[in-house]
Design a protein around this ligand. Structure first.
Ligand code: CA
Length: 251
């Protein structure tokens, strides 16, 4: 019993994952200490290429990005990230001209911290970034008749029943609900959920869509919400349940 409790504790106490892409060992060490004490889980990359690969694999909640990397400019790393993810990015740099900052914000950076920086300031900025990103998704509760997704609690309800979803199923459903009504291509979805190295793995997507349908649709072989656009992708049809005659969940 005690064993089970401690395992449960360990898994829920894993803090928000931050990926730092920075070649300076001293700064990485400073970040490891500062963020570790504050409860973040830090992953480290010393080059742009490694950083991009880790970003796709680990799906961090926040990325800290140095501009002067040995293999490529941080600005190019930022542009590559923005092709497939909106993860909040904070740039760490000694470049502090207004021109540099404007260019970075235009390229999709969410915040900018000039080196050298203090640990307290970094933590305060991280808290602010997390508040913003939580608010951005909390602003809306995605809902249709009989299907509800609560981004704040990462929970999905079908009628009055909680639907147990894996992390990937949840991410997929959230993407569909956020873009309800719009056609999402296989490639757009694969890039956003699995990252650039799985862009062509349509079989992944088919398998996950099938399992998602088994969990949310009344009749998975005749889906009303998660509709296939043959040869192109999928579309979430949140209005399906609005017509009571069409809605198998309405009483
Ligand atoms: Ca550097």
């Amino acid at each position: 019993m005690g064993w089970i409790v401690s395992v449960a504790k360990a898994s829920t106490s894993a803090g928000p994952r931050v990926l730092v892409i920075e070649d300076d060992i001293q700064i990485r060490r400073l970040l490891r200490i500062t963020l570790g004490v504050a409860g973040y889980e830090l992953s480290e990359a010393a080059t742009g290429a490694e950083g991009l690969a880790l970003a796709a694999r680990l799906r961090p909640e926040i990325i800290l990005l140095d501009l002067g990397l040995p293999d490529q400019d941080g600005m190019d790393v930022l542009e590559s990230l923005r092709e497939w993810t909106q993860v909040p990015v904070m740039v760490l740099s000694v470049r502090d001209s207004e021109e540099d900052k404007v260019a970075l914000l235009d390229a999709g950076a969410d915040d900018y911290l000039t080196k050298p920086f203090g640990g307290e300031e970094l933590l305060a900025r991280l808290r602010a970034m997390r508040r913003h990103s939580v608010h951005a998704t909390t602003a809306a509760l995605y809902e249709s008749v009989g299907l509800r997704l609560d981004p704040d609690r990462r929970q999905v309800w079908r009628a009055d029943e909680l639907v147990p979803l894996t992390h990937t199923e949840y991410a997929l459903l959230q993407m569909f609900m956020v873009h309800a009504g719009r056609l999402l291509t296989h490639q757009q979805i694969l890039l956003a959920i699995w990252g650039p190295e799985h862009e062509d793995d349509v079989h992944y997507l088919r398998a996950y869509v099938a399992s998602l349908r088994r969990k949310i649709e009344h009749d998975p072989s005749n889906p009303i919400w998660l509709v296939t656009e043959p040869g192109v992708g999928y579309r979430m049809n949140l209005n399906a349940g609005r017509d009571p005659a069409e809605n198998p969940l309405s009483v």
